[in-house]
Design a protein around this ligand. Sequence first.
Ligand code: GDP
Length: 373
Amino acid sequence: YQDEVKAEEYLDELEFLAYTAGGEVLKRFVQKMEKPNPKTFIGTGKLQDVKNFVEENDVGVVIFDDELSPAQQKNIQKELDCKVLDRTNLILDIFAQRAQTSNASTQVELAQYQYLLPRLAGMWTHLERQRGGIGMRGPGETEIETDRRIVRDRIALLKDKLKKIDRQMGVQRGNRGALVRVALVGYTNVGKSTLMNVISKSDVFAENKLFATLDTTVRKVVIGNLPFLLTDTVGFIRKLPTQLVESFKSTLDEVREADLLLHVVDISHPSFEHHIDSVDKILEEIGSADKPTIMVFNKIDAYEAEEIEEDDLMTEKTKAHYTLEEWKQTWMAKLNGDAIFISALNKENFSEFRKLVYEKVKEIHTTRFPYNS
Ligand code: GDP
């Protein structure tokens, strides 16, 4: 049962990703297997089901939640006779659509090529095996070798370009002086941009889609005469392609160089605990796990608590109206770092939130300028 719930949650997210990329999901298929079929990922019977559905409904794209091997992708595509994507493809596609600055599009393009390169290699091994792999120099191989060289050249070029951008951004960061730096981190769609808007009274693009924020925005914020810099970062997501983590270096540098992290959590989401884990994992990967952190539990207006009805054993979800004191008694308040419970939308508990941020920034500021304060 647990596995089924998990599968549904994963597919909810995949559906949301597909919607973000501009697609409409007609049907979901789930299959429980010991291990994936090496040729077609799913079993032959299931593949036939999918094929029938694709034909009957004139489906354009079939998306898999897991990463497919190049051979699997090819085999499935041949069988279904339509476009086949995996989760990484989809995420890269969304990033490509939403990249607005040359920095962002360069980072996405690099990630796309890095995703492609081993796949070209994979296709090559595949061919080699088919032909017996002994001393053949067929046209196919030359073609792939040429492709690989083109891709490698392009990767080198993009890396060069990014290095220049990185240096520029490093200089820009350096120019910001000694102000305390605060970075918003969190899973995608938790309300980071909304929070940024409310804190800095600015107008950052917020919408109910995944990855609305691709480029970092930096704002100078003043709370009680204390100025600091607030950065919005790209939303993290489960199974974020490693190519992306790497190529979004300059974006993640904002996190790396921050003095304080505001880890925003969408508490109304059924899998928010998994989201926290995913974000922590990425923070660890970029060496930022030990930074001072405030856990910001957002969307308390939409939080539904599970309650066991007295007359039957069914659990029911009802809107919870906790006071801040009650929130502070929950297990969430006892996670790493300080915790605050807010609604960025309704500005609930906002003065307490501001106060907490102020205190933390002040602490950092005081250690940095012990004689000024
Ligand atoms: P980001 O991807 O983390 O930057 O998230 P956004 O700021 O773009 O917000 C994602 C969605 O959540 C938007 O539809 C917001 O209106 C909504 N949202 C943000 N904060 C709250 C909140 O406190 N309560 C509710 N109910 N929705 C919120």
